[in-house]
Each structure stands twice: as structure tokens, then as C-alpha cells.
Design a binder for this molecule. Structure first.
Ligand SMILES: Nc1ncnc2c1ncn2[C@@H]1O[C@H](COP(=O)(O)OP(=O)(O)O)[C@@H](O)[C@H]1O
Ligand SMILES: [Mg+2]
Length: 683
């Protein structure tokens, strides 16, 4: 894409004279920005790069520029709408605790008002107790009383301050608790397509870094903005009430501060967006590396991975630095402006005191109020900084949360308590990203039947299973379970009626018992053992040091592929579903174990079983065998029927018969090492 922009840029230079060059640069910049926001704009850049001849080209470019302008403004409108929606979403969580914020702000008001008292007393001490400073004043006895009041006010102030700090802190934790929960729930409802698009590390950073920015805003920024504005206004009112001329002198700095703070906010926003993107990428990379550490080591690619990480790391550092460059520029200016107030006071107030237009006490009092003016000015830059981080994070999280899953239970689903297990594919086609994956697939399975599916890798076998579970929706035709289109069913009813043992096994960080009983955690231990026995897992589980209490890692580290597959199978069986799907689940177990499992499964019999396998031995006893080739069902029938035909099935059958021989559906006997251990454990 950047190549296209370059060629567009160069052809723009050719096309226009010098006076138009600037406009072109601007247009190209818009396009760059548009592309940065992932709006594909190849038509504009490609066409502009292609056509270079005078008049027509000029007209073309003029129109394109208009189009880009329009698109750019539309983009900004969209951004604004997105921002508003994100803030509404955030407020939805905050709303529940708004009383805490109200109480907090009330207490905050009390402390701000209390800040008036001590400077007033200071002025009183200087003017009325100390007097002109020569000799002991006759009102010296009032000094201790004034000092006690000052101490009491300070004490009261700290108590009230504790109150509102606690309010905001609890409010932030409560809001975050709800928000984390909400985001997590929404993540669980996302469809497969969402997880295909988003990286785990990205999603993790929504739940960590972005949440922290929001917490910081609720716990710290809200009251700080309020308190600082209040202090500023109170201080100004007090100063004006003492002397309006000094008041006016003080507010001369305000327009400069306002202008600078707006400028800072505008410059920081896109940089914070970029920081969040870089942070997500860094997170995602680290997460992938940690998960894939075994592959990295197996290929001795540590240096390559470190280099990749260094690149992302440097990008993140640069993103942070580019934002820091902005705020480190602005914050000293805000500090200078706040210090300028002291200079203004000493200049104006000093002259007034010398001319007897103001008492020394008033000057000291105003000087004490000065920090109330200074503090907000000094904090302003920081608060804008934090506010921008907060809005960026809210927008980012909202963008993730607001993506509506394409797969949802319909508003008025057809009610069903349980499934019988009838499955029908009615002329089903499925396309992904425009590519045909399944093409006019039709078959009908009665409850209790066993269906075998054979086909080369990538032919579409898993996709057929995914459509039964409605992980994706068909593009054409319909998938019916018990005569009802899966799109009209409650997702929960459909999926809880299906036991799926997937191709790539995932085990939770839990005991083996916990993993097997995942679908029904309260089931008795005997049931776990029953399921494990059918899956031929009981033997090796008992042979482990802690048996069923052995904790397996996130990915079942410490177990062989075949062992993991058998635990996954037991997990699917334990659910006692109406439909069991074994998607290449026995690919990593030896043939004898596989035949044993097949044999045991047949005795369950009330389930409809789908077996995807590469070995004819796993499929030959099925009631119906489907052969999938390039997304189409090329052959369908029983083993005997398919062997008669001169097709893919027969070829595979003859090949396997010739090279490895088949156990011909006999009761399994054992010979391999692993199987021998299993047998010892099981029987
Ligand atoms: N959601 C998807 N998006 C894009 N391509 C997909 C998707 N699901 C499957 N495919 C593609 O469809 C083809 C069939 O995949 P799959 O059903 O997993 O094959 P099999 O299980 O037979 O090995 C593959 O080429 C795969 O890359
Ligand atoms: Mg597959």
C-alpha cells in the first residue's frame, strides 16, 4: 500500500505545477491518514498512479481530492460518534456508583472551602495581631486562639480529604469490577470469526493496561479536575474580594493557559492511540512467544524472536517518547505560568502596598491564596494527559466490546429441551472471505447413527462439524438438527446437546478430573472414571503419581498428544450429549487403542456419533460414510458400498490395506509400550 501512495505522490508531482504541489501533499497526507485508519483506498491511489496525462488527469485528481476530503470528514464524524458511544458505555458502568461520586465531590467541596479559612486567619494575624511588627502587640493573647483554629481547620481538612479519597477509590474499584466482568462476558459471547481476527495479547491488554487507565481516571482524575477548578474559582473570588485590580492582573494568564491546554490535548490524542496500539502489539507478541516457546526452541529461533521483540519494544518506547515529548514541552510552560502569578502579585501588590493602597496582611493573604491558583495551572497539563489516556482506553475497549457477534440466539428461538440427534445438511454451501469452503453438501443422519468422514487435510471436514455446532453460519442452504434450522435454535440448547472433541486439544490448568468433568463439574467421581474408561484414558491416568488429581498445565504439558486426546474425548463423553463429534480425535493414539475406543463407543449407541478419521479402520463400521473432497461430498454410503465403487475411499482402503493391514474390526489386543502400561493400569 505504501508503494501505491508513493506512486500516487510522484504522479501528483508530475501532474501539477509547483503552486499546486502543496495541495497534493495535503491530499496524499489525507490518504495516508485514511489508510492508517484501515480504510482501503486502493482505487484512488492505483488510478492516480496509472493516469498521468494533463487535462483529464487534472480533472480526475480534482475529483479524487474532493472524494478524499469527503471521506476524511466522514471519518472524523464516525470517530466522534464512536467516541460518544464509548463514553455512554463507560457512563453505564459508572452510573451505579454515582452516589459515591456525588458524596466524594461534596466532601471535596468542603475541603476546598476550608482552604479559604487559613489564609484569612494569616491575614488577620499579620494585620491585627502582629500589627506593624514593632514591639509586642496588645492583642498578642489572640495569637494562640488563631493558631488553634488553624490547626483544627487543617485537621478537619485531612479527615474530610480521607473521606473523599476513599469514596473515589472504592468507586473506581467497583466500577472496574463491573466493567471487567462485562468485558469478559462479552468476550465469551464473541464468535469464532472474532477470535480469528483478534490476537490474544491484544485482548489481554484491553483487560489490563486499558482498564488501569480507566481506574486511574475514576480514582484520581475526576476529583482532581473538580477540586482544581473549584480551588481556582474560590481563589479568584477571594482575591477579587480583597482587591479587584490584583484579581484582573492574575487572570491575564488564563487565556494563554486555556489555549495551550487545548493544543496539548489535540496533539496528545493520536499519540495515545498509537501508544495503546503499540502496547497491544507488544503484549500480543510476548504472549505468542510464551505460548509457542517450545516451537521457538525447537527451531533455535531465540535470536530471531528477540530481534522481533526488540523491534516492537522499540516501537512502543518511541510511541511513549513521542507523547512524552509533547507533555514534557507543555508541563514546564504551565509551571512557568503558575510561577508568573507570584511575580505579578509581587509587582502589582508590592507597588500597591508601598503606595498604601493595600495592607501587608492582605498581601500575605493573597500570597497564601496563590497556591490555590498555582496548583490548578500546574496540574492542568497532567490532568489533560490522564484524561486523554482514559478516553483512548475507553474507545479501545468499547471497540472490542461493541462488535456484535454474528452468531447469536435469535430473538424468538424454537424451544427445545434436549436433542434427539438427527442431523441434516440441506444443500449447504459455506464461503469464508469469498472463498468457497463447502459446496452444496447434503446428507441426512438419523438419531443413534454413526457417521464416518474421510477426506484429505483442508477438504472441509472440520468445517462441516463447525456448522453443526453453529460456530459459523452457512452461506447457503441449511443445517437442521432434529428438523430445526440451527439458526432458529437456542445456542445453549444446541451446544449443550453436542459433545465435541476437537482436533487441537485444549486442557485447562486444572486436575485431570476437573478437565474431564468440565461439562458437568458436580458429577460423581464414578462418572468421570466411566467416561475415562470409554476413552481408554483410565489406565494411564491411574498410572500417574496423583492419578485423577494430577494437575495438567495450560496446554496439558507433561502429557503425550494421544493422552491429551483421550482426556478430551472423555470430556466429550461425560456430557452424555445427543451428538458426539470426534474431529480427528484419535489421530495421535495407536490403532489398537483407537479400535478399543470405537468398540466402547458403539456400546453407548444412543448418541449420534460423527467420526472424522484418516484410518479406514476407524470408519468401516459406520452406518454412513461421507467422503469429502475439495468441499464437496464425492462419495457417500457404507463401507461395503464404497469399497465396491472405484473412488477415493477404495483407493485409500487399498493403500492402507496394502501398507499397514487392518485389524478388521476385531476386539483389540495390545502390543505397544504405551498400551501395555494402560492395560496394567486399567485392568
Ligand atoms: N473461518 C475460516 N476462514 C477462512 N478459511 C477457512 C475457515 N475455516 C476453514 N477455512 C479453510 O477451509 C478449508 C477447510 O478447512 P477444514 O474444514 O478445517 O479442513 P479439514 O478439517 O478437512 O482439514 C481450509 O482450506 C481452511 O483453510
Ligand atoms: Mg480438520
Amino acid at each position: 500500500m505504501s508503494q501505491q501512495i508513493k506512486s500516487f505522490h510522484f504522479s501528483a508531482m508530475d501532474l501539477y505545477w509547483n503552486r499546486n504541489r502543496r495541495k497534493f501533499c495535503r491530499t496524499a497526507e489525507y490518504i495516508t491518514q485514511a489508510l492508517r485508519q484501515n480504510i482501503v483506498f486502493s482505487a484512488v491511489t492505483g488510478a492516480a498512479a496509472g493516469s498521468c496525462s494533463s487535462g483529464a488527469a487534472r480533472k480526475f485528481v480534482r475529483e479524487q481530492r474532493k472524494g478524499v476530503h469527503r471521506m476524511y470528514f466522514r471519518m472524523q464524524e464516525n470517530e466522534k460518534a464512536q467516541w460518544k458511544a464509548a463514553m455512554r458505555w463507560f457512563y453505564g458502568y459508572l452510573k451505579k456508583y454515582r452516589w459515591k461520586i456525588a458524596v466524594g465531590l461534596l466532601l471535596c467541596t468542603v475541603t476546598s472551602v476550608l482552604f479559604i479559612v487559613n489564609p484569612k486567619i494569616t491575614g488577620y494575624i499579620v494585620d491585627d495581631i502582629i500589627g506593624d511588627g514593632r514591639g509586642i502587640s496588645s492583642r498578642i493573647h489572640l495569637l494562640p486562639r488563631a493558631l488553634i483554629i488553624m490547626c483544627a481547620v487543617t485537621l478537619l481538612n485531612s479527615v474530610v480529604r480521607f473521606g473523599y479519597l476513599w469514596m473515589f477509590e472504592t468507586c473506581s474499584q467497583d466500577t472496574l469490577y463491573d466493567m471487567r466482568d462485562g468485558v469478559y462476558r462479552s468476550l465469551l459471547q464473541k464468535d469464532f470469526a472474532f477470535y480469528n481476527r483478534n490476537r490474544t495479547g491484544d485482548l489481554m491488554s484491553r483487560q489490563t493496561g486499558d482498564m488501569m487507565a480507566i481506574r486511574h481516571f475514576v480514582a484520581f482524575v475526576i476529583y482532581n479536575i473538580y477540586e482544581n477548578v473549584l480551588l481556582f474559582v474560590i481563589a479568584l473570588v477571594m482575591i477579587f474580594s480583597v482587591d479587584w485590580r490584583i484579581g484582573f492582573a492574575m487572570i491575564t494568564v488564563l487565556p494563554i493557559t486555556a489555549f495551550l491546554s487545548l493544543k496539548q490535548a489535540k496533539e496528545l490524542r493520536p499519540r495515545f492511540m498509537h501508544i495503546r496500539d503499540c502496547f497491544s502489539s507488544l503484549n500480543a507478541l510476548a504472549q505468542e512467544n510464551i505460548s509457542g516457546n517450545r516451537v521457538v526452541r525447537a527451531f533455535a529461533k531465540e535470536d530471531y524472536e528477540i530481534e522481533k521483540f526488540d523491534r516492537e519494544n522499540a516501537q512502543y518506547r518511541d510511541a511513549e517518547l513521542s507523547a512524552a515529548k509533547i507533555w514534557t514541552n507543555f508541563i514546564p510552560i504551565f509551571e512557568v505560568l503558575s510561577s508568573l502569578l507570584t511575580v505579578i502579585l509581587m509587582a502589582v501588590g508590592g507597588v500597591m502596598c508601598i503606595h498604601g493602597q493595600m495592607t501587608l496582611g492582605n498581601l500575605v493573604m493573597i500570597n497564601s491564596y496563590l497556591w490555590m491558583l498555582n496548583q490548578p495551572l500546574r496540574m492542568f497539563g497532567w490532568l489533560i494527559n490522564d484524561y486523554q489516556r482514559f478516553t483512548t482506553s475507553v474507545v479501545k475497549i468499547y471497540a472490542t466490546v461493541s462488535e456484535k457477534p454474528a452468531i447469536q440466539t435469535p430473538q424468538y428461538p424454537k424451544k427445545k429441551n434436549s436433542l434427539r440427534g438427527e442431523v441434516e445438511f440441506r444443500d449447504v454451501s459455506y464461503r469464508a472471505d469469498g472463498e468457497p469452503i463447502l459446496d452444496h453438501v447434503s446428507f441426512h443422519v438419523q438419531p443413534g447413527q454413526t457417521v464416518g468422514i474421510l477426506g484429505a487435510t483442508g477438504s472441509g471436514k472440520s468445517t462441516i462439524m463447525n456448522l453443526i455446532c453453529r460456530f459459523f453460519d452457512v452461506t447457503d442452504g441449511a443445517v437442521l438438527v432434529d428438523g430445526v434450522d440451527v439458526r432458529d435454535m437456542e445456542l445453549h440448547t444446541l451446544r449443550s446437546g453436542i459433545g465435541l472433541a476437537m482436533q487441537d486439544v485444549f486442557l485447562f490448568s486444572d486436575t485431570i478430573e476437573g478437565n474431564i468433568a468440565y461439562g458437568d463439574p458436580d458429577c460423581p467421581f464414578e462418572k468421570v472414571v466411566w467416561a475415562a474408561k470409554i476413552a481408554d484414558a483410565d489406565g494411564f491416568i491411574r498410572a500417574m503419581p496423583d492419578g485423577y488429581d494430577t494437575v495438567v498445565g495450560e496446554r496439558g504439558i507433561g502429557l503425550s498428544g494421544g493422552q491429551k486426546q483421550r482426556i478430551a474425548l472423555a470430556r466429550a463423553i461425560l456430557k452424555e450429549p445427543s451428538i458426539i463429534i470426534l474431529d480427528d480425535t484419535t489421530s495421535a493414539v495407536d490403532m489398537e487403542t483407537e479400535s478399543y475406543i470405537q468398540h466402547e463407543l458403539k456400546h453407548l449407541k444412543k448418541e449420534t456419533v460423527f467420526i472424522i478419521a484418516q484410518r479406514i479402520s476407524s470408519l468401516r463400521d459406520a452406518d454412513l460414510i461421507l467422503v469429502v473432497e475439495n468441499g464437496k461430498i464425492s462419495e457417500m454410503g457404507t463401507h461395503d458400498e464404497l469399497v465396491e465403487k472405484d473412488g477415493y475411499y477404495r483407493t485409500v482402503y487399498l493403500h492402507q490395506l496394502g501398507s499397514v493391514g487392518l485389524p478388521a474390526g476385531k476386539q483389540p489386543g495390545r502390543s505397544s509400550g504405551e498400551a501395555a502400561v494402560d492395560k496394567a493400569g486399567r485392568r
